[in-house]
Write a protein of this length. Sequence first.
Length: 1044
Amino acid sequence: MYKPVSNKIDFAAMEKDILTLWAKEDTFQKSMTERKSASEFVFYDGPPFATGLPHYGHLLAGTIKDIVPRYQTMRGHYVDRRFGWDCHGLPVEYEVEQDLEISGKTEIEKMGVDKFNEACRSIVLRYTREWREIVTRMGRWVDFDRDYKTMEPTYMESIWWVFKALWEKGLIYEGSKILPYCPRCSTPLSNFETNQGYRDVADPAITIRFKLDNEPNAYILAWTTTPWTLPSNMALAVGKDITYVRVKEKDAVYYLAKARFAEYYKKPEQYESVTELKGSELLRLTYEPLFPYFADKKAEGAFRVVNADFVSTEDGTGVVHIAPGFGEDDYRLGLAEQIPVVCPVDEEGRFTAVIKDYAGQDVKKADHPILARLKEEKKLVHRSQILHSYPHCWRCDTPLIYRAISTWFVKVEQIKDRLIEANKKVHWVPEHLRDGRFGKWLEGARDWAISRNRYWGTPLPIWRSKDGDEMVCVGSIEELEQLSGQKISDLHKHNVDKLEIPSRNGKGTLKRIPEVLDCWFESGAMPYAQAHYPFENKEHFESHFPADFIAEGLDQTRGWFYTLMVLSVALFDKPAFKNVIVNGLVLAKDGKKMSKRLKNYPDPVHVINSYGADALRLYMVNSPVVRTEDLCFSEDGVKHVLRDVLIPLWNAYSFFVTYANIDGWHGDGTSGCSSNNVLDRWIRSSLESLAVKVTTAMDNYDLQNAARPFVGFIDDLTNWYIRRSRRRFWKSQDDDDKEQAYRTLSYVLIQLSRIAAPFIPFMSESIYQNLRSKGMPESVHLCGFPVPDGSNRDEELEEQMAEVMTVVKLGRLLRAEKDLKIRQPLASMHVVSRNPEILRRIETRMDIIIDELNVRKLEFGVHETELADLKAKPDFKRMGPRLGPLVKAAAGVIAKMDGKTIENILSGAKISLSVNGQNVEVDSNDIIVERIPRKGLVVASEGPVIVALETELSSDLIQEGLAREFVNKIQNMRKTADFEVTQRIKINFTSDAEIKEAVMKFIDYLKTETLCLDLNFVQSKPAGANDWDINGHSCAIEVIPVKK
RNA sequence: GGGCGUGUAGCUCAGUUGGUUAGAGCGCGUCCCUGAUAAGGACGAGGUCACUGGUUCGACUCCAGUCACGCCCA
């Protein structure tokens, strides 16, 4: 006995049972340990932050990260899957600041970095329990017990090793970076934070004149919205290809962009003459500094006109004031042009003593006095206001300033060629990312700023003397213990900052620099750090790097994909991964971003509980989101997966179990499934084709094309194989055919559960558990993935069946046209084709068609012109290349050919056509023939097959039609009464003479079909009878259940 | 502003090296079927393949440009 299966199923409940089973049997562990000695398939899991709950993006990536390892496990590989947690970084620090109601560096240092960091440590794993629950509920098998955490000492130690390896390769240097900076909080802000704080504000927009050195009374006009940066002006930038004008006024000369001229000179009397020149002609000019503070920098190359490609003429004067200490473009330009950098602003955003007139003043507040002074010195030409979007501190709402911050870098540009080279070895899904988005990003790669002026992160392992001359980079705990003479158990800032290293050169003690590492450096080091390489697992790691597979979202192009690549290339000159699936964004139904605030998407837990994790998994994976396209999440879509795939599959399974139990049939597990029944052979062959399709797609990491064929197969299984085979399962005698049907269906269901296991692990397991026999592995996930061996494959049979289906489709079409329901038997159907091969094949499968279409016989013929007119057109693919421009004219001639000519050609004749005076030879391969059914006949055609229906009804046929109609009514009554399928019944009915005669004529057929033991005609309507209309005859039927 | 991607039926998506009737599912309408099905089948309506130009005998497909949307970067 199989466990009885209801066709009313609660998917979520079924899945929870499976979870319990897996937990009890420790199935996941077994799938690993059983393959411990097998070849390894290496998977790396990117670490999420556990400070928030998982959303659809995580569920999607998690599903992909489950399907591939499950598949590879079934292919015989050992696939270690360790979950990881990203523990460090700003998001955690913000959470803690909010929890502790403090804000900014000053307050953190006041309370103590040790307390702050320990607070971070205490909350960072806040939601790990919820994550584990949801990830597990989604059916993802991943090892949470051996998870890696970026804050663990072993992990951090490996990061130090990575850092030192880079250091020793000369890939680390200290430089400056222009960052958004909050003067009140005394801290630089990340891009992410900056983006949160844009607000529209009014700022001064001023035009200043810079006096040129070599032309008397001549000035360049520049424009700025940050007057306070003017004392730090070091250069003026123009675009070398932009057209400028030299404007002569009465007593002075001005230079500005031609495109901006009209903004400044609205009346002709303002100037005397205007001449044009290119920006390149301005490049050698030098000018007088606006302020005296850095006048000495002129010797170092300051105060000249330089070229910059970022100059535009959209606003201002087409000349950009350059203060390399206060703007990113300015800074880079400064480096390129060797312009000195000055940054006379302190940590609190006040001018330093160098700017003696404004020393100690808040820079923003100094705008006004600076303006007043410029005006007084007649350097201010124009003044207005601009309303623009400007970043503010998201915490304290202070306008941010951009300023140079000392930062440590990885020399990415130096290894760029190797990065590009390594990337070529990676198989990206979708492919275009390799040379597209990711490749382009690598080509434009800049040095990577890896230090953060924060607290909760892996400290940069650099100790330095007070004068900065002596530096030690530490690469391990042991090394630090030796150098410092202290025992160390934790590597966080508050612990290692206390440690000092004695100088080797008599420079007193070396102290650690204050910065911590960018958390992207930490996650990029994950391949090494999760294994505590090279301190442990050295050989294993080196023989199992790079990973075979990773999968994350498109947002990781600049994130994890990039940092993995940079570090692995820097260390080993290899990519860190061989195959990568990049998923797109999961958006709300309306195409907008999912937003908790707007509640524009259903809660994942609700979706899982309503439709099941299998449905959600299959919905996501059978969509272009696994190829980086966006997915507009639709609950209806999940429902449809359920309806189109999962419910039919479940019902096929439930059908099988129901009848197998009735017959007491059980698979012995040893049998193959050889059968001489054509349906059996066909479905097995289709199954084999399915396995081939899935395997091919999966080996190519193409999940969508791996998931898609299930839909078609399940349709074939339920709506053709089972529907056509139904009666084979009801036959009361246990003949061979019935045995073959059971064997085949059980084989197909078991194999299907194995093919589907990676995608819908719950339902696959549920089916497998019930159908498996003793000798088989105890879980579908411990099975091998079906290997197509070809012995069950019969592609010709698959094509034949497709032909049969076509004929059936045509027959149904004709019946529908003539309003003849299938229950009404018809005398015969004609199948006509000039191709005897096709006729022969259809004849072989004649019984299926006769049964399906309820016709007494099929008649075959070759004379298609009796039923249809022939029309021809050229096969352009053949004739196009041959005829070139003539093909259009030829098409016209061919279209006019009569049926006889076409028949001749089809029979093998070669015809010579005259096309625009040229001879064109045409044979049967050159044309495509269309069959147009003759009007007035019941004829339909598709491809080379024509079908015609005999629609005349004899009294015999009418009587059989009535009998079948009668059966149908009884079946409906059985169903309404909710009888068991094996329930025997007694029938009393009353009707007119015609029905009575038909029923009595087919009484044996009727009784067999309806499991009726006793069928009686009665004179008056029985008490429990239902009234029916049978083809226009009225009739009353009573159905009474009887014991066997 | 730059890079990448997307644009095909009301909706979700297929569409192979260019080949002449552009497909599927859902939804809608009509009919059929039901002794597994929250079902199933057939038919029908529904398309300027975003737009413009080019290459070609022939373009949804290749090329150039434009527009819209998305993501990333600035």
